[in-house]
Ligand binder design. Structure first.
Ligand SMILES: CC(=O)N[C@H]1[C@@H](OP(=O)(O)O)O[C@H](CO)[C@@H](O)[C@@H]1O
Ligand SMILES: [Mg+2]
Length: 535
């Protein structure tokens, strides 16, 4: 393999000497200024992945919910899903190479160990709205070209749009943006076909990110009669003064339980939703009587999806194979949601944090519903079920609705825009408002906190991240704190997207959940390498 071109191109994207990037929960993330070498090398990697997988791959420059000064890269496999986990170590090795020679050696080693055929790989490259995004996307394209690949510049897209486009392209299906909006809008139109028109617009806070412009385009496609949307924090000149993810967006609303900026005029009971910075997450919220916010998180979206799928499958004509339905969550799922879903008679599975884990677990079912509590998720339909639905007669309404759902709900990855339509379709079909949705179950009071430590990797976990095995004494301290809290549950894990250790606590009352989270946070601070004053 002649690597002279690669070496010369790599020299134009030198790695900062102290940087050792790590592929985290959803790809690489760091301060944008540090990232050109990482993104260039990801471009190289995705050519190799394209050659290995025999189809287009994808690369989107985004740091999702992180602050505007950060950036990152998410990588898309030929299936349209996230990069196969076995390749994360290849990504790490390439990103960490200290010299251009080591970059070339790592690429040669990759081709050898993975037995990759030579040829022209194709990588679809997109980016979000960060000021650093276009420059980093150019670095990715340079990486693709350096390995003799073809880069298809896709411009400004949400992360799920790019995943969808890669999946469609490799199925030789229409994969332009118009086809994407058409799939979502047409699926929604079918699902709400006979349901009465909405009485209330949905206010959508778009985190001042890429979701703003894309949601406006979707809203136009849907038409205000079908779904009136009031798009806020859409970024650009008309935004409310905040930057990307700054006091707005799904992460802010879910973690801080605080009303986003630009939404101060919302009255009690208004139906609101918030997207995150790359529009792969959505949570709903409303203002409660007497102040405070009521959050409708990913767990609640999963509950609506589960009801819809369960009822539609039950309405299909009997078949010798009864379709399996499962719901996949993480340890962050509220305990009350897990109990509710199990009570519906559905299989409920708990995986590690990160959509790559949930997606893989959901694929084990004919209909697999997965949502992280933060609102990242989708509903997957297995091939066998989809084929059967196509074979059923046209007048089978349940089959028609399930196929509409399969088209509307992104099959490649969690997607805030399809999540919005999913919730609205189920509420509309059932004639429900937020009150009925909220009444499905009562959340256990919970609290999430972050602790900064010197090196978050000293915290190691087991049992789907619900227990720690290091540092010494931490789990015992958590156990003691949990025992003292009525109805207590708590766990900690190092974040894979931010330089923090995350703390989660649940208890019978909000003060008890807050106290438990604070107690566990102090234990992390004391035992996992303190920085700063004791919290
Ligand atoms: C508690 C939490 O919300 N964690 C998020 C967050 O990962 P961390 O590894 O916890 O930073 O970002 C991921 C990517 O968006 C998302 O998949 C995950 O659920
Ligand atoms: Mg995101």
């Amino acid at each position: 393999m002649d690597t002279s071109e690669l070496k010369a191109a790599s020299a134009r994207y030198p790695k900062p000497p102290d940087l050792t990037p790590a592929y985290g929960t959803a790809g690489f993330r760091a301060l944008a200024d540090l990232l050109p070498s990482t993104v260039f090398r990801c471009g190289v990697l995705m050519v190799a992945r394209s050659l290995k997988g025999g189809g287009n791959t994808g690369l989107v420059v985004t740091a999702s919910h992180n602050p505007e000064a950060d950036n990152g890269v998410k990588l898309v496999d030929p299936s349209g899903c996230m990069l196969e986990q076995a390749w994360e170590s290849h990504a790490d090795r390439l990103a960490a190479a200290d010299t251009d020679e080591v970059v070339c050696a790592a690429v040669q080693e990759l081709f050898r160990t993975e037995d990759i055929p030579y040829g022209t790989g194709v990588v679809m490259v997109a980016h979000d709205t960060r000021p650093s995004a276009a420059g980093l996307a150019a670095a990715a394209v340079a990486g693709v070209i350096a390995l003799g690949g073809v880069a298809i510049p896709c411009g400004l897209l949400t992360t799920p749009q790019l995943h969808w486009m890669v999946r469609q392209a490799n199925a030789s299906a229409k994969h332009d943006e118009g086809a994407y909006f058409g799939a979502l809008a047409d699926g929604f139109a079918t699902l709400v076909g006979r349901s009465p028109a909405p009485v209330q617009a949905v206010v959508v806070d778009c985190a001042n990110g890429v979701g703003g412009a894309k949601l406006r385009a979707l809203a136009e496609r849907l038409g205000p009669q079908r779904l009136p949307l009031d798009v806020r924090n859409a970024g650009g000149a008309a935004c409310s003064g905040g930057g990307l993810n700054d006091r707005c967006g799904a992460e802010h609303v879910q973690k801080e339980r605080a009303v986003p900026i630009g939404c101060a005029d919302i009255g009690v009971g208004g139906r609101c939703a918030s997207l995150d910075g790359d529009a792969d997450r959505i949570v709903f919220w409303t203002l409660a009587d007497g102040g405070g916010m009521t959050l409708f998180d990913g767990d609640r979206i999963a509950a609506l999806a589960a009801l819809l799928v369960r009822d539609l499958l039950a309405a299909l004509p009997a078949d010798e194979h009864t379709p399996t339905v499962g719901v996949v969550q993480t340890a962050y799922a509220n305990g009350a949601s897990t109990a509710y879903l199990a009570g519906l008679g559905l299989a409920v599975v708990c995986t590690l944090t990160g959509v790559k884990h949930l997606h893989a677990a959901a694929e084990a079912f004919d209909a697999g519903i997965y949502f992280e509590a933060n609102g990242h998720g989708t509903v997957l339909f297995g091939q066998r079920l989809v084929q059967r639905l196509h074979e059923l007669p046209d007048d089978c309404e349940a089959a028609r609705d399930l196929l509409a759902l399969e088209s509307m709900v992104n099959q490649a990855v969690g997607d805030a825009l399809s999540g919005l339509l999913l919730v609205e379709a189920v509420l509309r079909q059932r004639g429900w408002g937020l009150a009925e949705w909220g009444a499905l179950y009562t959340d256990l009071p919970s609290r999430q906190l972050k602790v900064r430590v010197r090196d978050r990797s000293v915290v190691r976990t087991t049992d789907a991240e619900t227990r720690t095995v290091a540092p010494d004494g931490l789990q015992q301290a958590i156990d003691a704190a949990v025992q003292a809290a009525p109805g207590g549950r708590a766990f900690v894990r190092p974040s894979g997207t931010e330089d923090v250790v995350r703390v989660y606590a649940e208890a019978d009352t909000q003060p008890a959940a807050d106290a438990l989270a604070a107690e566990v946070m102090r234990a992390v601070h004391d035992l996992a390498g303190r920085t700063g004053a004791r919290p």
